[in-house]
Each structure stands twice: as C-alpha cells, then as structure tokens.
Design a protein around this ligand. Structure first.
Ligand code: PHE
Length: 345
C-alpha cells in the first residue's frame, strides 16, 4: 500500500525548501507512482489519489514560486520619492486569499444605494441600551425587547446597564438622524444606509447564525410616505437581482415604526412555478425584511419634529440576500472559514 499522506508531507517539505520548487514534480517517487497505476488493483481510485497529490504539489509550487519571485525584487526603500511609473510592489501572493462573499456583496449593495443618493455609515459591535432600546421607542420592561436577545458585556453604560452587542442595525437610526439632521434645514433629505454586523442569541441551524449582517435604510424628508418606501425597496431588489420582481407588504409590528410591514418579494428563482423550490418552498414568495414609517417618538429622540418631517426605515438581512442570489443552503458557511466554500466567489 502506498502511504499517500506521508509521501505528500515529504514532497511538500521539499517544495518549501527548494529554490526550484517545480523540479519536485520530477521526483523519482512520483515517477514510481505513475508506473504503479497500470498494475494497481483499483486503477481509478489509485489514479485519483495520484492526481490529488499532484494538484496539492502544484498549488504549493505556485505559492513558493511567488515567494521566491518576491525575494528577487530589490528591497523597498520607503523613504525614496514615489516613482509613479514603477510597478507597485506585490506584498502577498494573491493565490493565498480572495475577497469574502459578504464583503463583496456589501460593496455592491452600497454601490446601488449610492447611485440612489444614499450615504453609507457603519454600525458598532458594542452599544448602550439607549441606542439599542430607548431611542427606538422600547421603554424599560417593553416585551418586544425579548425579540432582540443578544450578548452582553460585564462593562456598563452611564446608566449602570450592561453594554450589548447590537441585535440589529436599527440601533444606528438615532445617531444617523442626528448626524444628518442639518440637511433637513437646508431642504435636503436624510438618506443613509448602514450595512454592518449584528448579533443574536440564536439556536444555530442552516438559517440562523449568532453573527450575521443587515443593511438598515433611513430616509427622512417632508412628505415621505409608504409608497416611497415600497418603491425604493423594489428598485433596490430589482437592481440587486438584475430582474423584474413583484413585491408584497403585510402589516407587522415593530416599536420603532408605525405602520410597520413585513416585505416579501416574488421568488427570484421559480416565480412560484416550482413546488419543490429550495428558496421559497414552492410558496412563490420570500419574506425578506422588516420596514415601516419611522415612529414619531423615534424622530423626536433625534430632535426631528414629526409634524414637519416623516420618514421610512427598513432592515434587511444581507446573508439571506446573498444566499438567495447564489443558492447557498447553509448560513453557517459564511463564518466557517472553509476555503472550499470561500474560494468559489
Ligand atoms: N430592525 C428590524 C429587525 O431586525 C427590522 C426593521 C428595521 C424594521 C427598520 C423596521 C424598520 O427585526
């Protein structure tokens, strides 16, 4: 029996120390293996193992060659004047990494909203109870607080309450509205999105992860109404999926919006025509996000007069958007650091 694992370790070690790593492909051990394929009991399995070994060597060789090529370059003098015509120094071999699908899709989402006139802001990974609850019209003891069960720290905020990991991006509504409040006085709308990481105390399964991503949308001006909210979301989603979609809203409840809606779109994959569709389970509709008209108390908490201005907000799960786009069946893949998964993007 050939011990492929031991042979692979041995040959990889040679690649890593060799100045001519490609020569390892001509190692006598490999030649012997090729000769043995003919006489192997199970030729297919044996051949496949030989191939796998060869592929593993090839990728190690590419990495090693990149590294050697860098050693050949003249050292970088960081104090030298910049020569704009010189090629940029290559600092890490690109073969070692790729952009994470979530980062890539967030950049695309931001791009779409920027073209619609929105600015992008980031959230935070620890926040105080004022921004997580009070400013969003959840008074102390409000039962809806339980829907946003998340992680707490032992550190406390100014009121002696534990600091928490935000369970949604709505916790940024108050800060964003205060930051851009002046635009309203100049006759301009507040138009911002917040794509960022959020946390929940969840039982983990293929659809639930303790760490995931949302994009919050906030739009405030004079005369904003729910039709504008629906049109904005439909425009965004049609651009994101590159196709016409039907949308549907159902009444829902959030303390920070009134009225509140649950927003669904027609299944981008089967449009309701496949009973066993994995994305919509044959329903033809996918519940995607929560949204509504910003509650007067939430506007007031940001020093905005609700008799003068109205606004809408929405919060959309980014992981779900991407899973639907690429037909990814398990949300846990995103944070798993599985290279086989990540390298497909
Ligand atoms: N933050 C809500 C959630 O995560 C969604 C939402 C955002 C609803 C903005 C209304 C307005 O459940």
């Amino acid at each position: 029996m050939t011990d492929f694992a031991a042979l692979e370790t041995e040959l990889l070690a040679r690649v890593e120390t060799s100045d001519q790593p490609r020569s390892v492909l001509r190692a006598p051990e490999l030649k012997q293996l090729y000769a043995q394929i003919r006489d192997a009991d199970d030729k297919a399995a044996f051949g496949a193992s030989v191939n796998q070994l060869k592929q593993s060597l090839e990728s190690a060789i590419t990495v090693r060659e990149d590294m050697l090529a860098q050693l050949d370059r003249a050292p970088i003098d960081v104090t030298a004047p910049m020569d704009v015509n010189a090629p940029l120094p290559q600092l890490a071999p690109a073969a070692r990494g790729s952009i994470h699908p979530i980062s890539r899709e967030i950049a695309y989402i931001v791009d779409i909203f920027q073209r619609m006139g929105y600015v992008a802001e980031s959230s935070r990974e620890i926040d105080d109870q004022y921004h997580v609850f009070e400013s969003l019209n959840f008074p102390k003891g409000h039962p809806a607080r339980d829907d946003y069960d998340t992680f707490m720290t032992v550190e406390q905020d100014a009121d002696g309450e534990p600091l928490i990991a935000p369970a949604h991006t709505s916790t940024m509504q108050n800060r964003v509205m205060k930051k851009y409040r002046d635009s309203l006085d100049h006759g301009e709308a507040i138009a911002a999105i917040v794509p960022d990481r959020v946390f929940r105390n969840e039982d983990l399964d293929a659809r639930h992860e303790h760490t995931f991503y949302q994009v919050e949308g906030i739009y405030v001006a004079r005369g904003v109404h729910a039709g504008m909210l629906i049109a904005t979301l439909q425009t965004f989603l049609e651009e994101y999926y590159g196709q016409k979609l039907d949308v549907r809203v159902n009444p829902f409840y959030f303390p920070f919006t009134e009225p509140s809606f649950e927003f669904a779109l027609s299944c981008p994959f089967c449009a309701g025509e496949n009973d066993s569709c994995k994305v919509c389970s044959g329903e033809g509709w996918v519940e995607l996000l929560g949204c509504g008209m910003i509650h007067p108390n939430v506007l007031r908490a940001a020093d905005i007069d609700p008799t003068e201005y109205t606004g809408f907000a929405f919060g959309c799960g980014i992981d779900r958007l991407i899973m639907m786009k690429h037909q990814i069946e398990d949300v846990r893949h995103f944070e798993s650091a599985k290279l086989d998964f990540l390298r497909q993007f």
